[in-house]
Design a protein around this ligand. Sequence first.
Ligand SMILES: Cc1cc2nc3c(=O)[nH]c(=O)nc-3n(C[C@H](O)[C@H](O)[C@H](O)COP(=O)(O)OP(=O)(O)OC[C@H]3O[C@@H](n4cnc5c(N)ncnc54)[C@H](O)[C@@H]3O)c2cc1C
Length: 354
Amino acid sequence: MKEFDYIIIGGGCAGLSLAYELEIFDKLKTKKLAIIEPRTKYQRDKTWSFWKVIPHNFEDCVKKNWKNFSLNFPSEVKHLKCESYPYQTIDSNLFYKKVLNKLVLNKNIKFFNNINDVEKKDAVIFNSVASLPDHKDNIWQHFQGIEIETPKNYFDDKIFNLMDFDCDQRKDVHFFYTLPFSSKTALIETTWLSRMNDDSLKDYDNQLKNYIKDKLKIEDYKINYNEVGAIPLFYPNKQKNSNVINIGTAGGMTRLSTGYTFLNIQEQSKYLRQNLENIKGIDNFEMNKKYQFLDKIFLKVLKNNPEKMVNIFQKMFEVNETSIIKFLSNKSDFKDDLSIILKMPKWTFIKALM
Ligand SMILES: Cc1cc2nc3c(=O)[nH]c(=O)nc-3n(C[C@H](O)[C@H](O)[C@H](O)COP(=O)(O)OP(=O)(O)OC[C@H]3O[C@@H](n4cnc5c(N)ncnc54)[C@H](O)[C@@H]3O)c2cc1C
């Protein structure tokens, strides 16, 4: 059986981000890396978006940058700016192509379909296959998005819509999300923050069809791409094996209140590369404890009071836009946090804290 210095289990976002980071910083010139990935073909399967609060390795995979965004609530439409931290979208297909084209040039990197094809004993293992606790009470961000194309100019591609809450909530938390890539193309998503056991929320096709027709007033369009997903808004099970370092979703890189994971994965990859020589002696790269604590309360409020969430999101976006962007991207300071906390309905949050 083949022996390797490093094994990455799962060649998805986290596995490939780490492999790319190690490769471009020359960490694989004399060391061998095995990547275990069952899929036989890479194609576009995700659209990763985030506010660019830190530099990252994938600027050339960015499909679009926006400096303006809007939010719709039943009582108002808010227009906000994000000039200091533009919102970026990465097409996973561009990402996979860029990383794989680079990795294939290094003979020390090999791909396998199955972990049983490699010798694990003396290797450092980076695992990105999440083991998720199976509690029906857990909250997920589940969604379907379609990229549509209209024959005539329809979209203003200078501004994206982060959340449109002016829609049927069905006693849960529901919004639409629109990323206009050009005047004729946009990704439109229907998104729920809820438990996963209610199948009546999953008529995504109908939700999108009605929203496009009734709200966006678009009759004529074709669908170029479809993406369905569910992001766990809870932490995965921790593995007890000290030889295994969990990365990506499996390593707790998802911000639980937002589902944003992509940039956290990039920060984790950088940390692991910087500490590679002492990898067994370092602390796990973790989401800042402050956000773990605040997100836990936020999700408790969401679980207990889904009907209050539209109002809570509206209040949250009353603060200075830079503060809220930094907060949602784990880069807020005490002043930013305080400005948001003070906007929240006190009793609802105190009850959740108790
Ligand atoms: C549709 C979708 C859209 C998202 N959009 C955003 C976004 O806009 N912004 C953001 O920040 N985050 C987003 N996320 C969250 C997060 O960024 C992604 O889920 C990201 O792909 C997580 O990376 P990962 O490597 O942890 O998991 P994955 O990318 O899912 O990689 C896991 C890999 O493991 C492989 N695998 C599975 N089983 C095995 C096995 N037994 N052995 C070996 N390999 C295995 C899989 O084939 C896969 O390639 C999105 C998630 C989804 C699902």
